[in-house]
Write a protein that binds this ligand. Sequence first.
Ligand code: ADP
Length: 656
Amino acid sequence: MAISRETRKFEAETKQLLDLMIHSLYTNKEIFLRELISNASDALDKLRFSALTNPELMKAGEELEIRLEPDSDKRTLTIHDNGIGMGRKEVIDNIGSIARSGTQEQIERLRKKGGKESMPELIGRFGVGFYSAFMVAEKVELDTLKAGAKTAVHWESDAGGTYTISEGRKRSHGTSVTLHLKPVDRDGGIEDYTREWTLSSVVKRYSNFIGYPIRHKVRMEKPEADEKGIVKPDGKSTIVFEDKTLNSMKPIWTRPESEVENEEYNEFYKHIASDWKDPMLRLRFKAEGISEYESLLFIPAERPRDLHTWGAKYGLQLYARRVMVMDKCDAVLPEFLRFVRGVVDSSDLPLNISRQTLQENRHLARIQKFLTKKVLGMLSDLYREDQAKYLDFWKQFGIALKEGVGVGADEQDRIVPLLLFESSADSERLTTLKDYVSRMKDGQDTIYYITGESRSIVENSPLMEGFNRKGYEVLFLTDPIDEFVVDRLSVFEGKNLRSAGQGEVDLEGTEGEEGEKAKRKDQEQQFNDLFNLLGKLLEESVKQVRLSSRLTTSPACLTIDNDDMSPQMERMLRMADPDAPKQKRILEVNASHEVLRGLRARFEKDKADPALKSYAELLYGYALLAEGAEMKDPGSFNKALEGVMIRAVQETAPEA
Ligand code: ADP
């Protein structure tokens, strides 16, 4: 189908990004070449993968390559690839707009920060590598032909707010991007990108590892020679153009470790992970034995946006003897390590491995086991050697690591020592379970935790009162996944893990223990009838009202029995199944509290006092609010509160 010439407007956000790009004070402008080469390399990968199932997309014997074509007279630089190419719609979608929404605030933020340092972030965050061409070019043209298609597409723009799209003349698949270069401005970071030396050094710096040849034609003067190849002293010379490959193409993980610079690893990481930041950690190793493979792994500096996007693709690049056979291969990583980036290069894999045959491949399962062990081992070393850095890791990825508890016994044994928790023992430092156990009090045989939405909620929970008095440390679990972790873990070093709000706990003061016990017995007797009544009044919401040993200053709290499900777990379950049966909790009250003492006096005076119902509601509502839980019936709580307020103001109001 023919394509008619059309001028289209950039989206507002795209235009803003382009403006930032054009006026950028960022001096490291040469990275535009890295971005365009990276796109070309991706396009070559895509074609190679598509051709596995669709061989007619490539000509027999066709070599995939990236070609740089500088023209110093016209002051242009063209980057060619014979990759997958794009159709008209793809050009509009990929080149004319930014795929991500909600970018406005981010653009503002970056604009304020100033283009200088923020340029790599801008490029990385918005996936706008292509636009970086406008840092060095006044005008950019793109010619592309999608593999298997007939109609080529031409796109051009001077970034002035519009771009033009029309039918192109390209006859073979792939993409050519031509930059009409801005004048050389060394202070502004614009070199002469038509010079061989410049191109060669930029390619070496950023793109040396690219797996396809990055070539260009070099002008050579060939002196005239005789038949034997001996140069004639007075002969003329002829000009010839010869191909020169600028990158080593040698996979970085196959080069001796001592030869690879940090920077090279970082550039490689940025290319494979589409990240703009250097990685936080790196791990390189070789496995020999039943399976032979090499691996180079990275942990990003920041949590990727899609860490919790359901179904987001993850995995490592899979190579079979130096040839990439699959991008994002998840068979070599467990899901809880989905943030790990990198490559695995195996000598035991067939080149035609497909996603369908992956699962059956025994090597991959073995690789996954080994990689998991290696990564967890690295984290364990890090924890031992550099806790501050480990904490950085934990803040970004701890939440994913926790998912590994329960995956398998081996994994669990390795992950548990790496888990960090907030705790009542320290308001800032996180603790491991091991450290918790080392601080346990004499006579304490259980690891206690409390779950809730935030530290301030759990810290101030009435459930904490008895533990604080007794000096028992409590772990504060505020991630929804923590509930799952403690459920799976249940025992650590022979000590049970138990919620602070679960079952009956002996938290009585230690002094005069006998006296305490006797006092409790008395209270139980005195309050028995009142508790029965309160239980009846609240029977829709709670299954029992009982005396608490957890409370010192608050009047009431909610707890569960030993084998009940935690309220957080119940909430999660109900999200999945709204009809799941509702579980009632236990209202524990503090008989020494003034409110309870007053309530009992009222009850003894008139067992049918209608105000008792309001107080029951208030106690229950109080306990719910204390844990930050949603109130099922705020209306009746408020009614009860209103009644009590009216009585209180009337009693305390001065005479009119
Ligand atoms: P990113 O590469 O981060 O996605 P870019 O702005 O560099 O962002 O490119 C946007 C998209 O345009 C790419 O994801 C790809 O689909 C397409 N694209 C860019 N360059 C090429 C190319 N040389 N060949 C084929 N498609 C390309």
